[in-house]
Design a protein around this ligand. Sequence first.
Ligand code: UT7
Length: 323
Amino acid sequence: MIRSVITGFGHAFPKRVVTNQELEKTVDTNDAWIVQRTGIKQRHIAGEGETSASLGEAAGRKAMERAGVTADDLDMIIVATTTPDNTFPSTAVNIQNRLGMKHGAAFDLQAVCSGFIFALTSADMYLRSGQAKRILVIGAETMSKLIDWEDRTTCVLFGDGAGAVVLEAQEGRGLTSDRGILSAHLRSDGSHKDKLFVDGGPSTTQTVGHLRMQGREVFKHAVGMITDVIEDAFAATQMDAESIDWFIPHQANKRIIDASAKKLNIDPSKVVINVDQTGNTSAASIPIALSQTAESGRIEEGQTILLEAMGGGFTWGAVLLRW
Ligand code: UT7
């Protein structure tokens, strides 16, 4: 049985860091409110020349270097992004071109904050069906470009960055002791589309628009949706919170992460949290957190990792894998 194994990882941030204290100078907010309600202390904000494609390229190059591969060795690039450099062509073909890759296929995938989970799951399908052997999966965002910087209810929450993994087809035995993706679960429910959205687009306003969110409404649904889909992953693999070595959730709000971990009985020592340093980087948040944790040397081969995300749409999902 073919398993999709992560063989390389990387992440990249814009140079500029914006602290809560800096935001206090431009909107009616304060560090204590932001930290207490979200856990966020700072975020990276893209400057001149820093785009989703440039950040995605940087993260992708690091992942490829760690995997010991070049663009010649890739069959496909999938980029999860809500903030493409251009409406078209895709950020994925932009990155493909930057990497000097002329073969294979590259495309973007849009599922907002759940984008990386959807992209990883899609890549897993291409690998397991034999259509590709090695795929670069990137989450890259410049959420700062969608923010209304006068709206204190949203502008304090988001940040920019990119993360990437190289996913490779390897022979497994079909057991949960295999390395690679063991189970992936995707969900969406468009009846919630007006709770978290951008109020513009080519087909409606011909503008990029700004991010709008009914924060409390999103919060209300988040924990239930996240824990439901994780229970599906547990059921499919006959695993449970005990069998998980690392829980790497989407980083939107520390309170949502803590409440989800608690409901699932996942020990806090297994929960990766970097939202304090990054803010919500949408589709980039999981691969950034994964890359940082792996880079620190804390993840050992053979350990289990549970990834989950929930965001605009609503979309949500979980991936359970063995490192
Ligand atoms: O990526 C996935 C998508 N996003 C999320 O998962 C976000 C989900 N939602 C949340 O994380 C939280 O709902 C927020 C962090 C957005 C807000 O926290 P909350 O505890 O739900 O606060 P709230 O929206 O109920 O607002 C409480 C108060 C309000 O004042 P009043 O009406 O009680 O007088 C807000 O106006 O806090 C006020 N407020 C602020 N105060 C200082 C809202 N934003 C700010 C701010 N600074 N930045």
